[in-house]
Design a protein around this ligand. Structure first.
Ligand code: ATP
Length: 249
């Protein structure tokens, strides 16, 4: 929790229908304070991706508003919004396209006009934070999937975002890589919104969770409390792994 007066993310009354008429969001309200780590849970088709795409203006609101550290997401603020919202896609290969790790991580800050020693410091610092500095001169396609996901996180950290938004960060990771990424994410000093179907990962990393279901926020509260509520989970098609025990709240 934070006492900072301006939340990292504020979504008010966000409603959205796709051009074919499918209404994906029906009026979403949420606020995430600076430094919070929040999980966004919900069944397939709940609207999670649609919501995330509004956070950096890939989609723009039919109704309602999105503010990132007080700045409204609008056509004329898009450049600054894209710097403030660090989106990490599910597939790192959607994010890594340069010949070396260094160039991939430098790409964003270089686009902002950063050069020389300052750019080098940004790149090294971001790679250090995800434990990938040793790979700085390697081609991304020579790295393991887990390493590529960490480099993808570094590409957005290099922008020094206000909020890091991760789409399914634990997907396709082996248990060791999953654990390593959890340690990295826990130690980042940044606001995090993490979309996940991996409820134990949400429990481990996020003190607070939101359940998006049918295009509305159906629950918002401490992760252990939400995950202990069997009726709530069942109502929104969420399931803990067999035998997984949520610590008592
Ligand atoms: N391009 C599109 N055109 C029309 N409808 C869409 C489009 N993309 C998504 N939808 C619909 O919008 C609703 C929300 O989809 P969305 O992908 O946001 O859900 P989600 O919670 O991210 O699901 P998942 O967990 O499967 O990724 C669904 O009914 C989906 O079919």
């Amino acid at each position: 929790m934070t006492s900072h007066p301006i939340p990292s993310l504020e979504v008010s009354g966000l409603a959205y229908a796709y051009p074919d008429g499918t209404q994906a969001l029906f009026g979403v309200d949420l606020s995430i304070g600076r430094g919070e780590r929040v999980a966004l849970l919900g069944p397939n088709g709940a609207g999670k991706t649609t919501l995330v795409m509004h956070l950096n203006g890939i989609l723009t609101a039919g109704h309602g508003s999105v503010h990132v550290a007080g700045l409204a997401v609008r056509a004329d603020t898009m450049k600054e919004i894209r710097r403030r919202v660090g989106l990490v896609f599910q597939d790192p290969d959607d994010q890594l396209f340069m010949p070396t790790v260094r160039e991939d991580v430098a790409f964003g800050p270089a686009n902002l006009g950063m050069r020389g020693a300052e750019l080098d410091r940004r790149v090294r610092d971001a790679l250090e934070r995800v434990g990938m500095l040793d790979a700085i001169d390697r081609p991304p396609h020579h790295l393991s999937f887990g390493q590529r996901r960490r480099v993808a996180v570094a590409t957005v950290l290099a922008m020094e975002p206000e909020i890091l938004v991760l789409d399914e960060p634990s997907s396709n990771l082996d248990p060791a890589a999953r654990r390593e990424l959890a340690e990295i994410l826990k130690n980042l000093d940044v606001t995090v919104l993490m979309v996940t179907h991996d409820l134990p990962y949400a429990l481990e990393l996020c003190e607070r969770s939101l359940i998006l279901s049918g295009g509305v926020i159906a629950a918002d509260g401490p992760t252990p409390a939400l995950l202990s509520d069997r009726d709530l989970l069942a109502a929104h098609r969420l399931e803990l792994p067999y035998g997984f025990a949520v610590p008592a709240v």
